[in-house]
Design a protein around this ligand. Sequence first.
Ligand code: MN3
Length: 198
Amino acid sequence: MTFELPKLDYAYDALEPYIDARTMEIHYTKHHAAYTNNLNNAIKGTELETKSIDEILKNISKQTMVIRNNGGGFYNHNLFWDIMSPKGGGEPKGDLLQAIQRDFGSFEKLKELFNAAATTRFGSGWAWLINQNGKLIVNSTPNQDNPLMDIAEIKGIPILALDVWEHAYYLKYQNRRIEYIDAFWNVVNWEKVAKRFL
Ligand code: MN3
């Protein structure tokens, strides 16, 4: 196996009540595991076995849809688990907060833009906060695409990610995507986001 499902830093129920244990377990053991396995099967015996996931995504236009969807799914969920924590929430600090204030005006304004991006993404996809050569930008992508991909309309390094596929929230929130988005801010690990920003 070239790519491995990363270990979760917390238990399935650790993000309760914001993200429920059953959703976490299915999301990680079924969805994320499937993207990982499908990616490994798709690259078996090809030169991609020697490449990092970042390298693969940066040249994704040369690959099949199977590799695009599953490579994106593998990377996006790795990031998603990493920037959440049961001790999360609150507000960003330091250089990251300064950059947020410079590029959006305030943390509240960033949340507003991010919530709008997550709410208006039609169907399945992701909302992002990305670092584009030092400038912070909020956007969203469809399916398992992400801003690292050479096919992305807006490119940059993702530092904050929110999965807005129905599988990420439907068991607890049903069609109320906005409640899930609001709840997400309580589990954001700003220290991790700040590290990715630097
Ligand atoms: Mn997902």
